[in-house]
Design a protein around this ligand. Sequence first.
Ligand code: PLP
Length: 461
Amino acid sequence: MRYVSTRGLTPPQSFKDVLLAGLAPDGGLFVPEEYPQYHEGTIDTMRGLNYTQAAQIILADFIDDIPTVELNKIIARTYTPNMAPHLKWLDEDLALLALSNGPTLSFKDQALQLLGRLMEYVLREKDEKLNILGATSGDTGSAAEYAYRGREGMQVFMLSPYGRMSRFQQQQMYSLNDPSIHNLVVDGNFDDCQAIVKAVNADACFKEKHRIGAVNSINWARIAAQVVYWAYASLQATKKPGDVIDVSVPSGNFGNALSAYIAKRMGFPIRNIIVATNENDVLHEFFRYGFYRIRAGDDVKITSSPSMDIASASNFERLMFDCVDRDAYRLRLLLDTLQLIGRFVMSDKSQSLDGFCSGSATDEEVIRTIRTVYTGYGATIDPHTAVGMKVAFDYQYTHTDVPLIVAETAHPAKFADTIREALEVEPPIPKGYEMFGTLPEHITRVPADPAVIKQYIMEHV
Ligand SMILES: *Cc1c(COP(=O)(O)O)cnc(C)c1O
């Protein structure tokens, strides 16, 4: 499998190159030259597979430059029975796809736990080191730290905004006491953290010398890992050839919904993909009206689903690439327009958009949905999942013919304040997390100054 850049100015690369590079050198995103194709007969034989088996088959299509035995071992170690995604049926045609059983209780573990192991393998093989520099507003930082800690050849420098994350999220990251993990707590907001990462990365010399890498939502390997659980969900929720499912995906940077789209393009029985946003509805606007308009940083609303508070959706370019029939020149024109006037219009209705629909939810609707799901089904869902559920309920007014699967993207324990507000009870605390709130924290407070961060990195690599 070769990977090409959406901007068309990078020669095709292998999986291992794409894994370590993240962003393509031309600024584009890597996508497979072609999506692997599964035929109805093959899919029928895959229905009985467990999660690990399905992952081993599907990921082998995307990762053909790591020996199968090694890859299979890595996959089996990652997706233990506790961690592996599974369906939780609420009634006969509505289910949650449980994705938040990894160590940091958000769906990001599903991809990052695999990435940590893959990167360790490739770095060892190349005898190289990698220092991950990232910024987080909550879920990504902890998922990355738990994925990379203790991995040979890797260190993590994670910037987070002082006092802006939930108590649980802070404890999760800051309680880690590991020499390879550096929690740099910035006097500033998330934008300041991101600006620092950008400034450090802009210094190509520094970046090269200290082997600075990124953990971001655009790494192709993350998408590949996420394709697996959508394929698996479609296998589990259908019985025979011809059966299909609809899915609802709480969305921010569009990685999760894109993964469902790719599973569908590969032939897995997914019909409609419902893109659910909070009030930061860049994506909903696009799927409804056909224009893509990015927001100014100040226009991003702070909601109860912070991991979906985005100004633009970084994975969206991959879908756009298919929409312009993979013509990189046309894509670059659209991106130029976006740069100039902050928006572009998709003129022709592309077939790639078939089956996409969308909706959005306000914080108030999130609260009401958490209540409805609790009283109606006895399930406690987190505010991100509630966005997906609210939009799914709206959708069900007109579509009830096939099973509807809603992605559960975080565990409610992570967002206790919202759960308390909605239900007036404490969210269930999963085993092993009872101590959160009382653990000692290991952080370094830093000013929002790239020079200070660079100095810190130099002293610690
Ligand atoms: C990151 C995140 C999302 C958004 O996922 P995207 O792939 O960026 O669309 C939704 N919910 C939770 C809990 C998240 O952490």
